[in-house]
Ligand binder design. Structure first.
Ligand code: MRU
Length: 362
């Protein structure tokens, strides 16, 4: 078995969706709302720019929005004239960015982490002025980004143990390198590592209506890497499992609760239930920053987006103009349908209400 370090040396990402320039303090993201038809990078200069980019899904995917928001907290401190300004500026930035999207917990995890770090540096006198504080906070944001890649490699290696040569993996949405900012990904990490190591594995990607993360992003990302992928409609998920065209399902997550309930892109629940019925292993891959051990299913908000995302397909009408629409963009999968949750700290098996804490809090 190869090590995380060895994979890190072998991994040459084709995509760099989040770029932070440490010298210029400049944050640039690849606009995922127009991929794969246009490859446009946009500069985000303020926490408000970051919040807009997250809301408009120019940057999306739970880990990617967390990393971008961490840099957004650095951008907030760039506005400070002295250390007395800092906490209020960071509080305001956190509140603007946390509101951009409600379901992925990585976002508020990252902003809280950065705010707490700033408080500590100021209280302990480790930052004597704003300049020193910015240097320390940039290191923290860079570390969140670096740690994410290491976590993904570790998850990828654990996930690889669940695959055999020739396997076909069903996924959902885009839980690849675009969604995490690293170029690798969570759910797609095992497949990408297999590819790097010369093991033949392929993917079936549902298109993921309404925003089409599957057809626009997963397919694009895998084709860029030279990994075989077949696009299906969301409604074909049942048939491909019935016909045993896939050996396992691997998906990402936006939030995982202590009892093993998994929030992920709409369509995940349906995929998990069918996998369970068909005896196909269903794996969730997510870093520790995606776990929310405090909330319960009664108080997690599932984001609902613009009805026009459903009435149209990328601007082209497909329904009567004023039809009533329900557009939840995430769903929640109960633990009984999940075979295992793969994290960088280890693989969690049922019973999740006991084992999630054992692994995450260790
Ligand atoms: O609405 P999106 O595109 O941000 O949703 C993304 C997902 O649901 C992903 O599966 C999840 O964030 C995990 S990404 C590694």
């Amino acid at each position: 078995m190869v090590s995380v370090k060895e994979v890190k040396e072998m991994f040459k990402p084709k995509l760099k969706p989040i770029i932070w320039d440490d010298n210029e303090n400049k944050l640039t993201v690849l606009d995922q709302s127009v991929l794969p038809f246009q490859k446009v990078f946009v500069e985000l200069r303020t926490p408000e720019d970051v919040a807009d980019a997250i809301r408009l899904m120019k940057v999306r995917g739970a880990p990617a929005i967390g990393i971008t928001a961490a840099y957004g907290m650095v951008l907030a401190v760039l506005r400070a004239e002295n250390l007395n300004d800092v906490i209020k500026l960071m509080h305001d930035a956190k509140s603007v960015m946390d509101k951009a999207r409600p379901t992925a917990v990585n976002l508020s995890w990252a902003t809280s982490y950065m705010l707490n770090r700033a408080r500590e540096y100021i209280e302990k006198g480790e930052a004597k002025d704003v300049k020193e504080l910015i240097t320390l906070l940039k290191k923290d944001a860079n570390k969140i980004f670096d740690d994410e890649l290491e976590a993904e490699i570790q998850m990828g290696l654990y996930g690889l143990e669940k695959l055999n040569p020739g396997d076909v993996v069903l996924t959902q949405c885009n839980a690849g390198g675009l969604a995490t900012g690293t170029g690798l990904g969570t759910a797609l990490a095992p497949v990408k590592l297999a590819h790097i190591l010369g093991i033949d594995v392929s993917v079936i990607a549902p298109e993921t209506r309404p925003w089409l993360q599957g057809s626009r992003l997963t397919v694009y990302e895998l084709m860029e890497e030279g990994i075989p992928v077949t696009l299906i409609t969301d409604t074909a998920v049942g048939l491909v499992m019935y016909k045993k065209m896939v050996n396992s399902a691997m998906v990402g997550a936006d939030r995982i609760l202590a009892d093993g309930h998994v929030y992920n892109k709409i369509g995940t629940f349906k995929e998990a239930v069918i996998a369970h019925e068909m005896g196909i292993p269903f794996y969730v891959l997510a870093p520790v920053s995606t776990f929310d051990l405090k909330s319960s299913v009664d108080n997690v908000k599932i984001e609902e987006r613009d009805p026009d995302e459903v009435r149209t397909v990328r601007g082209v009408p497909i329904a009567p103009e004023n039809v009533k629409v329900f557009n939840p963009v995430f769903d929640v999968t109960p633990p009984k349908y999940i075979t295992a949750i793969i994290t960088e700290k280890g693989v969690i098996y049922p019973p999740f209400d006991k084992n999630v804490r054992k692994i995450i809090e260790k």
